[in-house]
Design a protein around this ligand. Structure first.
Ligand code: PXL
Length: 302
């Protein structure tokens, strides 16, 4: 009978399974309401482990919040008793150092060969840490990224994880050093998002380093003068889906960047509160469309 403890869940499974450790926000597209539709429409089964339930994302005034730390412990025990196995583990925004520790234990317990372990070390943006982030959490996050295969910090988070001052105008050799220093902390692939260049005020870039082949990639992002919460979650979800579909790292980066850019453009023209996030449903079908890589660049190896 399927579901029994000896059932070969992964080897013969027609569908790959992803444990997604994020919050669930009722309104304003972020976290699980972004992760689940994207990865489901790319053909993967998402098993959410909610860290908290909110009435809306935290950008909305007056949001309500229920912390699920204690329930998480119990849910994980249940998953252990079901002998669940995952092809990927993906964690995002975490609410306390206890939750970060729990994700570390989760990875240790559920680790298996050929598994993608992706940690988005959500700590801050634009040079400052979010109000809820304590020094304890930053330190705990340093030990969590050591257990990941892929991390996707923005520039602010990359600097915080390395205890260096945030410098918006970092040049390319400095960025390469940052990528390598982070990969020396553990992860095979380090992806830094939201990098601005001093000479191109209106453009942002994604940089990625794979320590297996020692190659560094750069992808340019379109500029649209609006900030939507949840685009980081969408970027990392598409990236994971692409890698699990068999794309190379640069093609996965390119597809993720193009998807976000299309989503932002599809949203921007409407009279819409940016705090509510992107109109994801309008662009989800793009994830099944044929893709033409267009903007990735290989940087010179040192
Ligand atoms: O990763 C974005 C995010 C996740 N979770 C919550 C948020 C946001 C961004 O605003 O409010 C609750």
């Amino acid at each position: 009978m399927p579901g029994g403890s000896n059932y070969l869940q992964l080897m013969f499974s027609p569908i790959k399974r992803i444990a997604a450790i994020h919050d669930l926000s009722g309104y304003g597209k972020v976290s699980l309401t972004v992760v689940i539709p994207i990865l489901s429409s790319m053909g993967f089964q998402v098993c959410p482990l909610p860290t908290a339930v909110l009435s809306s994302n935290t950008e909305m005034p007056g949001f309500r919040f229920v912390d699920l730390t204690d329930n998480m412990r119990d849910f994980i025990e249940h998953w252990k008793s079901l002998n669940l196995e995952f092809n990927a583990i993906y964690s995002g925004f975490l609410g306390s150092h206890h939750q970060i520790e729990m994700v570390k234990d989760f990875i240790e317990y559920f680790r298996r060969p050929d598994q993608l372990v992706v940690v988005d070390p959500v700590l801050g943006d634009d040079g400052r840490l979010y109000d809820s982030m304590t020094p304890d959490m930053v330190n705990e996050m340093k030990t969590l990224i050591a257990r990941a295969g892929i991390i996707t910090p923005n520039l602010t988070e990359a600097c915080a994880l390395l205890d260096i001052p945030y410098d918006e105008k970092m040049n390319e050799p400095e960025l390469k050093q940052l990528l390598k220093a982070l990969s020396n902390a553990g992860p095979q692939i380090v992806i830094i998002t939201n990098v601005h260049k001093s000479d191109r005020k209106k453009q942002t870039f994604v940089y990625a380093y794979n320590k297996l082949d020692r190659r560094t990639w750069k992808v340019q992002c379109d500029y649209v003068p609006a900030n939507y919460p949840g685009t980081g979650d969408a970027f990392t979800s598409v990236l994971i889906g692409c890698l699990m579909q068999g794309d190379s790292l640069p093609v996965a980066l390119d597809r993720a960047v193009q998807f976000i850019s299309t989503a932002v453009r599809a949203t921007y023209g409407h009279a819409h509160d940016p705090k509510a996030g992107i109109f994801l449903e309008r662009v989800l079908p793009n994830l099944s469309a044929p893709f033409r890589p267009s903007s990735f660049e290989l940087l010179e190896q040192d």
